[in-house]
Design a protein. Structure first.
Length: 308
């Protein structure tokens, strides 16, 4: 980024009294613990500050990237030459809207899925149990239609409120969000910023809901390499197969490039064994894709987002 551009954004953010930092290391903000610095790190406290921050970026001609829990993101080793927008402060209290046979919960984009699942359980609402161990935020879950154990966010999502690329506040019903396997209209329009999402849940027994959540969390602990930095499932599930099984049958369990490794516990995960770089992760995943395609005919696609 040219110094003139940096200075323009710096002055605009300062004039609007908006919180930001420069040359912020990104590794601590992602679950992979990988990534160079962001030219600008902006942490708006509410939706109005977010709108103002994005307006400053647009005026200065600086690209932006929205970040929640950093659980599905791999930043480049050289960092991000733009503004990373931290949305975690946009959590807010969960709002409940009772209906005749269900309850709708509205949650801010920065709220973690785990927290939303806990709120639902405490209110005796069922339908979100599948998401209790997904380490992302509501915003990230909407962006990629997060799912696990046979459930997806689109199964319970009713609407999403967001800022579009003109910074206009909009709300769309789920039917218009193009939700598919690990995709949505927001993936196709990355300049749109999710502010909140509403899910529709059914009444249930709090004890039974808690028991199911605990069972799913235990399954994760038993089968997934939660003790190592990773970005969760590395590859999307190919039609008619499972990525982890394909990788294992190709003899790639424990396959290593630099500090990156195919987990020996679950072959669907690439982990940071220590000192891994973005280049290591990309090189490993590319080699895995080539080997799997050559040996099985299946074409794997990365689920994690590589941001440069």
């Amino acid at each position: 980024m040219q110094e003139q551009t940096k200075d323009a954004l710096r002055r605009a953010l300062q004039a609007a009294a908006l919180p930001f930092a420069e040359d912020e290391p990104l590794a601590p903000h992602t679950t992979f613990r990988i990534g160079g610095p962001a030219a600008f790190w902006c942490a708006p406290c509410d939706a109005e500050q977010l709108r103002s921050t994005l307006a400053c970026c647009k005026q200065a001609g600086v690209r932006s990237y929205f970040l929640g829990n950093g659980s599905n993101t791999l930043f480049a080793d050289e960092g991000f030459d733009g503004a990373v927008i931290d949305l975690r402060a946009l959590a807010g209290p969960v709002q409940a809207q009772p209906q005749a046979d269900a309850v709708c919960l509205t949650a801010g984009a920065g709220l973690t899925l785990g927290r939303l699942c806990a709120e639902a359980q405490q209110r005796g609402l069922t339908g979100l149990e599948f998401a209790c161990g997904i380490p992302g935020t509501v915003g990230g879950a909407v962006y990629m239609n997060a799912g696990a154990y046979g459930g997806e966010l689109k199964d319970v999502l009713t609407s999403v409120t967001f800022l579009d690329d003109a910074l206009t506040l909009r709300t769309l019903p789920a039917a218009e969000l193009q939700m598919g396997y690990r995709t949505s209209v927001f993936e196709k329009n990355p300049s749109w910023c999710v502010l909140s999402a509403t899910v529709r849940l059914q009444h249930g027994d709090p004890a039974a809901i808690l028991a199911q959540m605990q069972e799913l969390l235990e399954r994760r602990r038993q089968k997934q390499p939660l003790e190592w930095p990773s970005a969760g499932s590395t590859f999307k599930r190919p039609q008619g197969a499972f990525a982890g099984h394909l990788i294992e049958t190709c003899g790639l369990r424990g396959f290593t490039v630099g500090g990156a490794q195919i987990s020996e516990k679950h072959c669907g995960f690439v982990i940071n064994k220590g000192g891994a770089t973005c280049a290591d992760i990309v090189a490993l995943t590319e080699q895995v894709k080539q080997i799997v395609q050559k040996k099985t005919g299946f074409v794997l696609e990365r689920e994690i987002r590589v941001v440069k």
